[in-house]
Design a protein. Structure first.
Length: 267
């Protein structure tokens, strides 16, 4: 049966509208040409989560993510303009065009994937429960009736909100450093931290008596682009592949964590 003339017109109109919409989205996309023409790339990096992201004594961003960001800028052949961000401000900074993309210890989740596009993971760590010197936790069930600090909007917050532990109270702070300080001050019973952050805190404060209890999941961390930036995401995926094969990502992992890069999840 043939398609009526009116239906053909309707289909053509829908097609033109869709093409116009795609053109409008593409016009707002960050491209490789934009970045190379500018001579700089604006990369959002994390602060408040040593050794992944922090600020040095001169107020400059430093850490694992910063080294990866500078490496990416070198691959692009441009200067890195690093934009320090707290965990809650990472995705908004990308959505508002404050940064071109994120290298900010961001775990890919289904909810976040509604607002940004993720690359393949470039780093990974275990998520652990850390407690004070008076008690050590060995399983999630032992957190019943306990106050546990998490940073706002983090993957550890999301994971702990899903577990069925009676009486578990999550106390939300703005970053990992503040959550660790809350534990040291006795405001909470434990804190959920990346193993890299936990190791750094234990080294910095050996007299605090903090103890790493158990691992409750492994987190892979991805770079993130705006939803329309397909070219940028594909280029970053290629760069991650090359940096893995060259050993450059492994060298950064050893520098900041003392250990080779773990097996990275993929999707």
């Amino acid at each position: 049966m043939g398609i009526s003339k009116s239906l053909r017109v309707m289909i053509a109109a829908v097609g033109l509208a869709a093409a116009g919409l795609l053109s409008a989205v593409d016009a707002n996309a960050v491209t490789l040409n934009d970045i190379t023409s500018r001579g700089t790339v604006r990369i959002g990096v994390l602060t408040g989560a040593p050794p992944m992201g922090m600020v040095d004594e001169k107020g400059n961003p430093t850490g694992y993510d910063v080294d990866v960001a500078n490496l990416i800028a070198g691959y692009l052949g441009v200067k890195a303009e690093l934009v320090p961000l707290t965990p809650p401000s990472r995705i908004p900074a990308l959505q508002t065009g404050k940064v071109d993309f994120l290298i900010a210890t961001l775990a890919p989740t289904g909810e976040r994937a509604k607002t940004v596009m993720f690359t393949q993971p470039y780093s990974a760590f275990n998520m652990v429960i850390v407690s004070g010197k008076d008690q050590k936790f060995a399983a999630l069930s032992e957190l019943s009736g306990k106050r546990v600090a998490v940073n706002r909007g983090s993957s550890q917050e999301a994971a702990l909100r899903k577990v069925a532990v009676p009486g578990l109270e999550l106390v939300v702070y703005e970053d990992d450093s503040t959550t660790a300080q809350a534990l040291i001050a006795g405001q909470v019973d434990a804190v959920a931290l990346p193993s890299t952050v936990a190791d750094a805190v234990l080294k910095q404060l050996p007299d605090a008596g903090l103890q790493v209890g158990f691992t409750f999941f492994r987190q892979g961390n991805s770079m993130a682009t705006a939803l329309q930036d397909f070219e940028m995401r594909q280029w970053l995926n290629t760069a991650i592949y090359l940096m893995k094969n060259s050993g450059e990502l492994d060298a950064i992992a050893v520098k900041w964590t003392g250990q080779p890069m773990p097996q990275l999840p993929s999707f």
